[in-house]
Design a protein around this ligand. Structure first.
Ligand SMILES: [Zn+2]
Length: 450
C-alpha cells in the first residue's frame, strides 16, 4: 500500500522536475521583480531620446509604459496620454535605454596589493562578507544606470552570483538584471591562488580542469547550478618577450576548449573567453568562443577570424590604466606594454568591423570608481559618442541574445530606462551623471533637474 502511494506521488513530481529544468534552459534573468506593478501605466516625457538603436536622437518624445514593458514611443504632439497614467517629466533631460555592462565582477572590490590583494578574498574573507559587498556592488551598478550586467565569474565565491541574482529578481535587494557565469574555468597553473608552499592544498579562484573530460564536466556542473554563460581563461600570466613583445601563457588546449564550447552550445548558452593574444587567443577563436574578453593584442589574422565568425570583442579598456607596477620592474614594464598594445588592437578591430560590446571589468576596478569612464576610453580610441552608447545598449543586448528586450527604448522592450542632465553626444562625461533610473517599470531613483 505504501509502495503504491509513493508511485502515484512520483509521477507528478517527475513532471514538475521536467518543467523546472526546461525553464532553466532559458538563461538570463528569470523573472521580473516580485514587486513590479502589474498593469500600472506610466508615461515618461522625454526632452531628448537616444533610443539605443537609431543613429540620431529625437526630441519631445512620449514613452508609454504598461507594467514592466514599453507599450509605445511617439511624438509628444501626436501621442494621447492615457488618463490613468502617472506622468514622469523628463522633458529637460536626455533619456536613454538602461545601460548594459557585459564584463563585471561583483565579488571583487579592486583589491589593493598593499592590503593583501586578490588572495585575502579567498583566504580571509567569510563568504557572507563577500556576498554583502557583492550586493552593494550590484546596487552601485544600478544607481549608475546599468540595468543589466553580465558578471563574469565570482573569483572563489562559488555560486554566490546565482544567489545575488535570485535576491534581485525576487525584489529583496536592488540591482541590475544579471547574466552570471559562476566559477569560470582554467587549467592547473592557470589561476591564483599561486606562490604558496607546494605542500599546501589551496583553493583556486576558478574551477581547475585538465583534459576534455574534466572540462566538459565543469561546464555541465556550472550550468546545472545556474550559469547563464561559461567563462574560460584561455590565457593567464603575461610578460615582455625577447623582442619586446607582450607574451601571454596559453592555458586550455584546443580539445579542452572544444569540449566546453560543444557542451555549452548544446545547452543554448554561450562561452566568454579571457584572452590577451598569441596562442591562447587563436585557440579561443579556433575553439568557437562567443566573446573575447580584453583582447589586448589582436593580430590581423585574429581580427579577420573574429569578423568572419561574428565573435564579439569586450575590450575592457579601463582597468589597464590602474595600479601599474613601478616603472623599471618586469611587472611595471608589462603593465605599460599592455596599454601600449591595447589601443591599436581596439582601433584595428573597430575599423575592421569586429562586433564590440561595452565592458568595464568593475571589481578589477574598485566599485567606488565611475563605470562610465569606459565610454571616454572608447571615444578616445576612435568610437563616436553614439557608437560608444550603442556598445552599452543595442550591441550589448545582441551579445546577450536580448535584442528588442533590453538596450532599446521601443515598444515591447522591458521598461529599463535612464536619464541624465546634459547632452552626452556633445559631452560624454555626462554619462557619469545618470540621474534617473527605471528598471523593469519601477523607478529606482529620480534626481533629474526640473
Ligand atoms: Zn574580468
Amino acid at each position: 500500500m505504501r509502495f503504491v502511494s509513493r508511485l502515484t506521488l512520483l509521477v507528478p513530481l517527475i513532471c514538475l522536475l521536467t518543467t523546472i529544468s526546461t525553464a532553466q534552459l532559458n538563461p538570463g534573468p528569470t523573472k521580473s521583480q516580485a514587486a513590479a506593478p502589474s498593469n500600472k501605466v506610466v508615461v515618461i516625457k522625454a526632452g531628448t531620446l537616444i533610443d539605443g538603436r537609431s543613429d540620431a536622437p529625437r526630441s519631445n518624445q512620449v514613452i508609454v509604459i504598461r507594467g514592466n514593458r514599453i507599450e509605445s514611443v511617439g511624438d509628444a504632439a501626436s501621442t494621447k496620454i492615457p488618463s490613468d497614467a502617472e506622468v514622469i517629466d523628463l522633458s529637460r533631460a536626455t533619456v536613454l535605454p538602461g545601460l548594459i555592462d557585459t564584463h563585471t565582477h561583483i565579488f571583487l572590490q579592486g583589491e589593493e596589493p598593499a592590503e593583501g590583494g586578490y588572495d585575502v578574498n579567498i583566504l580571509k574573507h567569510p563568504l557572507a562578507y563577500r556576498a554583502a559587498r557583492a550586493a552593494v556592488a550590484a546596487r552601485r551598478a544600478l544607481e549608475q544606470g546599468f540595468t543589466t550586467i553580465r558578471d563574469v565569474e565570482t573569483e572563489g565565491a562559488g555560486y554566490g552570483d546565482v544567489g545575488i541574482k535570485r535576491a534581485i529578481d525576487e525584489g529583496h535587494i536592488p540591482g541590475p538584471r544579471m547574466f552570471v557565469s559562476t566559477l569560470a574555468i582554467s587549467t592547473t597553473g592557470g589561476y591564483p591562488l599561486e606562490g604558496y608552499a607546494p605542500e599546501l592544498t589551496l583553493p583556486k579562484g576558478v574551477q581547475i580542469v585538465d583534459g576534455p573530460v574534466e572540462a566538459r564536466k565543469a561546464a555541465r556542473e556550472q550550468m546545472d547550478h545556474g550559469a547563464d554563460w561559461i567563462k574560460v581563461y584561455m590565457t593567464h600570466r603575461s610578460w615582455i618577450g625577447k623582442n619586446g613583445e607582450l607574451v601571454s601563457q596559453p592555458t586550455l588546449t584546443l580539445e579542452e576548449l572544444k569540449a566546453i564550447v560543444d557542451e555549452t552550445h548544446g545547452w543554448g548558452r554561450k562561452v566568454a573567453c579571457h584572452a590577451y593574444g598569441g596562442v591562447g587567443l587563436h585557440r579561443s577563436l579556433d575553439g568557437g568562443c562567443d566573446s573575447i574578453e580584453h583582447g589586448l593584442d589582436l593580430d590581423d589574422a585574429a581580427i579577420q577570424q573574429m569578423v568572419k565568425q561574428g565573435t564579439w570583442l569586450v575590450p575592457t579598456l579601463s582597468p589597464y590604466y590602474y595600479a601599474w607596477g613601478p616603472e623599471n620592474t618586469p611587472q611595471g614594464r608589462r603593465d605599460r606594454k599592455r596599454v601600449e598594445v591595447h589601443g591599436p588592437s581596439f582601433q584595428k578591430a573597430l575599423k575592421a568591423g569586429v562586433k564590440i560590446a561595452f565592458g568595464t571589468d568593475m571589481g578589477g576596478i574598485p566599485w567606488t570608481e565611475p563605470m562610465a569612464q569606459e565610454f571616454r576610453r572608447e571615444v578616445e580610441l576612435g568610437m563616436t559618442p553614439m557608437q560608444a552608447i550603442q556598445s552599452a545598449t543595442t550591441h550589448a543586448a545582441e551579445l546577450l541574445d536580448m535584442v528588442g528586450q533590453i538596450g532599446v527604448v521601443a515598444p515591447g522592450a522591458y521598461a529599463d530606462i535612464v536619464a541624465l542632465n546634459g547632452d552626452p553626444l556633445r559631452d560624454l562625461g555626462a554619462m557619469q551623471g545618470i540621474a534617473f533610473v527605471m528598471k523593469d517599470g519601477k523607478v529606482f531613483k529620480n534626481e533629474v533637474r526640473r
